[in-house]
Design a protein around this ligand. Structure first.
Ligand SMILES: Cc1ncc(COP(=O)(O)OP(=O)(O)O)c(N)n1
Ligand code: 3NM
Ligand code: MG
Length: 506
C-alpha cells in the first residue's frame, strides 16, 4: 500500500458580506470551504445587521479597503477559485470587474463562481443595484448560481422556463449557469445547469426530494461555496454540481424536524451516503425511464466467486492467448476495421469464448453483439446517445457502461446495466482521457454511491498500481497495456489473478 503524501489545499477567495446572525455570507462560505478541504481568504463587502426576523442594515465596505486586501494577498495566497457573493454598491461592481480582469489576466485558469445575492432570506433587499449594473460582471464569471427569481431578474425575463432563462444568462457572457430549484414549492426540486464547454452547450439536470428544514440559513451561500470548493479540487462542473447537491441535502437533513429559531445550515463535509445524492434527469434518463434492469453477471460480491481480471484486447490472437488462463470475463475492443472483417472477428470471438465459458463483452458494436449473441456489449457515454438500449435488453445480452466521475456514474446506474466501469483511474497511453483522471480517492468515493451492480476500474492500471485500486473494493480491474505490452503477458495475467484472489482490504 502506498503512503499518501499530504497535499496543499487549493486556495479559494470569498468576496461577500458578513451576517452577524452567523448563518449566511462569509460564515457560511468559510465553514463550507474548510469542510471541503480548501484554504480560505475572505474579503467582506458589507457588514450587515440582521437576525432571524429581519435585515436591519447593510454597511458597505470601501473599495479602497478591499483593494488593500487584494494587494496583500494576490501574490501571497493567489486564488484557484473566487466565490463572489453579496456586492452592494455600483463602486463595488466596478472594482470587482477591475480585480477579476486583472486576476484572470495573471492566471487564465482562475475560476469565478458568482452567487447573485439580492434579497435576504429573512426579508429585505441588500442593495438597489439593477440587473443591468450586475450583468457587466457576467463575462468574467465561470459559473453563476441564481435561484429562479434571481435568474428571472438577471435574464430580464419573467418566464418560468429554466432552459430559456439559462440561455438568456449565457448570452450575457457567463460560461455556465446553475438555476437552483430550492425555492420551488414542488416536492421534487430540480437544479438546471447550462454550460459552454469547448464551444458546445451542455445541459446537466439534477432532481432531489425537497428537504424541509428550519436550519437552512446560508444554504444558498453554502451551495455556491461548495461548488467553488469542488471546482478548486479539480472536479468537472457536472461532478462538482452533483457533489454540491449531495452536500446541501446532507446538511439540510441533519436538523430536519428541529424547530426553535432560523438556524444556520450545517456544513458536514463531503457526502458519503448514497441517499443524499440526486437523481440525474434529462433526455437520456427520460428516454429510458421504463427500461427494465439488464441481466446480471451472476457473480457473488462476497469475494467467493468474483469477476477477477478483465482483459480488454483488440484481436482474436489475444483472445486465443488469454482464454486458456482461466478468465471469468474478457472484452474485444476492435477499432478501425472494415465491416466484413469486424463481423467475422466478432462471430469467431463469440465461438471462442463460448468454448471456454468466458463472458465476452463486445465494445461499441452493439448490433453485432446482438446478432451473434455475445454475452454482452460495453458502451461508453457517447455510444449511449446513439445505441438502442431497449434492443440490447430485449436481446437478453448484458450491458457494461463506462463512467467518468459521479454524475455519469449515477446516470449510468439509473439505467441498471450489468456492470459499471469507472475510469480513467490513472493517465493511460491507450486513450486520451485528459481531464477525466479519477485517482484512487475519487474511485473510493464513487464506489460509495454504488448500489448492487458490480463495478470495474479501468485506465492506467499496472501491476504495481493495482494493489491500491483493488483495495478500494472494486469487483474487477480492466486492463489493456498492462497485459498487451507486458514482456510476459501470461505471467502478467497470473500476477493480477494472484493479487485479486486476495479479497479487497485483506
Ligand atoms: C471495461 C471498460 N471500461 C471502459 C471502456 C471504455 O469504453 P468507451 O468509453 O466506449 O471507450 P472505447 O473503449 O470505445 O474507446 C471500455 N472499453 N471497457
Ligand atoms: C479504453 C479505456 N477506457 C477508459 C475509460 O476511462 O473509460 S481508460 C481506457 C484505457 C485502458 O487502457 P490501459 O489499461 O492501457 O490504461
Ligand atoms: Mg465505446
Amino acid at each position: 500500500m502506498t503512503i499518501k503524501p499530504v497535499s496543499l489545499k487549493p486556495i479559494v477567495w470569498t468576496i461577500s458580506g458578513a451576517d452577524c446572525s452567523g448563518g449566511a455570507g462569509i460564515s457560511a462560505d468559510i465553514k463550507t470551504l474548510h469542510s471541503l478541504g480548501c484554504e480560505v481568504c475572505h474579503f467582506i463587502t458589507a457588514n450587515t445587521v440582521q437576525n432571524s426576523n429581519q435585515l436591519i442594515a447593510v454597511n458597505a465596505t470601501e473599495c479602497q479597503v478591499l483593494q488593500q486586501q487584494v494587494d496583500a494577498l494576490k501574490t501571497d495566497k493567489p486564488p484557484a477559485v473566487i466565490k463572489v457573493g453579496l456586492i452592494v454598491t455600483l463602486q463595488q461592481v466596478h472594482w470587482l470587474v477591475a480585480v477579476l480582469t486583472q486576476l484572470k489576466a495573471a492566471n487564465e485558469k482562475l475560476v469565478v463562481v458568482f452567487d447573485p445575492v439580492g434579497s435576504a432570506s429573512v426579508g429585505g433587499k441588500f442593495h438597489d443595484l439593477t440587473a443591468d449594473s450586475l450583468t457587466v460582471l457576467l463575462p468574467l464569471i465561470d459559473v453563476v448560481t441564481p435561484n429562479m427569481l434571481e435568474a428571472q431578474v438577471l435574464a430580464n425575463d419573467n418566464t418560468d422556463k429554466v432552459d430559456l432563462l439559462a440561455k438568456g444568462i449565457l448570452k450575457l457572457g457567463a460560461t455556465a449557469v446553475v438555476i437552483k430549484g430550492g425555492h420551488s414549492n414542488q416536492q421534487v426540486m430540480e437544479d438546471y445547469c447550462l454550460a459552454n464547454i469547448d464551444d458546445e452547450q451542455h445541459v446537466f439536470q439534477l432532481a432531489s426530494e425537497k428537504v424541509n428544514s428550519d436550519f437552512s440559513h446560508g444554504g444558498g451561500c453554502s451551495f455556491a461555496s461548495a461548488l467553488a470548493a469542488y471546482l478548486a479540487n479539480n472536479h468537472l462542473l457536472r461532478d462538482a454540481l452533483t457533489l454540491t447537491k449531495a452536500f446541501i441535502n446532507q446538511g439540510l437533513k441533519h436538523h430536519q424536524g428541529i424547530k426553535g429559531y432560523y438556524g444556520a445550515f450545517e456544513q458536514l463535509g463531503k457526502a458519503n451516503n448514497a441517499n443524499d445524492y440526486p437523481q440525474i434527469c434529462g433526455q437520456l434518463a427520460e428516454h429510458y425511464k421504463a427500461l427494465p434492469a439488464f441481466k446480471s453477471l451472476g457473480i457473488e460480491r462476497d469475494g467467493s466467486q468474483g469477476l477477477g481480471l478483465y482483459p480488454v484486447v483488440d484481436s482474436l490472437e489475444w483472445l486465443t492467448h488469454l482464454l486458456p488462463l482461466g478468465l471469468e470475463i474478457i472484452q474485444l475492443r476492435l477499432k478501425n476495421l472494415e465491416q466484413d472483417q469486424l463481423e467475422q472477428q466478432i462471430k469467431q470471438a463469440v465461438a471462442l469464448c463460448q468454448a471456454t465459458n468466458t463472458r465476452l463483452f463486445i465494445n461499441d458494436y452493439w448490433q453485432l453483439a446482438i446478432k451473434y449473441q455475445a454475452y454482452g456489449v460495453h458502451l461508453g457515454q457517447e455510444d449511449l446517445q446513439t445505441a438502442d438500449l431497449h434492443a440490447i435488453e430485449q436481446a437478453g445480452i448484458r450491458l457494461g457502461i463506462s463512467t467518468h466521475g459521479c454524475y455519469e456514474f449515477l446516470l449510468a446506474q439509473q439505467l441498471q446495466p450489468s456492470y459499471l466501469a469507472i475510469g480513467a483511474i490513472f493517465p493511460t497511453v491507450t486513450k486520451n482521457m485528459t481531464g477525466q483522471i479519477q485517482g484512487v480517492d475519487t474511485l473510493s468515493h464513487t464506489l460509495k454511491l454504488a448500489r448492487h451492480i458490480p463495478v470495474v476500474a479501468i485506465g492506467g492500471i499496472s501491476l504495481t498500481r493495482s494493489e491500491d485500486v483493488w483495495a478500494t473494493g472494486v469487483d474487477s480491474l480492466a486492463v489493456v497495456t498492462a497485459i498487451t505490452q507486458a514482456e510476459k503477458p501470461e505471467q502478467a495475467v497470473k500476477d493480477f489473478q494472484q493479487l485479486m484472489s486476495i479479497p479487497a482490504g485483506n
